[in-house]
Ligand binder design. Sequence first.
Ligand code: GAR
Length: 216
Amino acid sequence: MLDVAIIISGSGSNLQALIDACKEENFPARIVKVISNNPDAYGLERAKKSGIETEVINHVDYEERQDFEDALDQSIKDSGAKIICLAGFMRILKGPFVNRWKNRILNIHPSILPAFKGLHTQERALEAGVRFTGCTVHFVSSDLDGGPIILQAITSIDQNDTADTLNAKVLELEHQIYPEALKLVASGRVRVSENRVRTEKTTFANISVINPLISK
Ligand code: GAR
């Protein structure tokens, strides 16, 4: 059983998907702590409802980024977590923290990386006129949204889609692939070599996640 700490900034719908997955029988990970940099994040309520320890580590309380990251590091170490999932955490993590947790921080991003790194991904996808959008679970490296990719899922962009409809479609996919990615990592079926993820052959609960051309 792998102990996981989750870091959030907001609503925490991905956190909820991970909480629900961890409740499933034989799921190889459990959430030992939820940390938020935003004291008003709704995700904190979700964690409390499930009896998970929470802590607010607010970046505005620290003058230097390094001090904020050291506080995160200490809190995660204290929790005993061996791996971190960023779930809608809207701060950038830099070198020392990321190096200390190399290939042990997962992030979910609402685009098909390496396209549309950063913010406002669906608006930019619409502007670019691409036909598909989606989401990516990846390990965090010191390049923004740039680490080794674990899983991706896509959905088509239709004529009538707006940023809001796309956000909703993509969020639904996120809730499917984040638990699958955590399961893969926690069960030791993922290794990173030459900045790429190799996964052992596995069967997935939802095949449309793997072959998402058929999902809409
Ligand atoms: C999700 O769409 C996630 O991919 C995105 O924020 C949203 C959080 O929603 N993350 C990023 O953009 C990170 N760069 P949630 O709080 O409901 O999980």
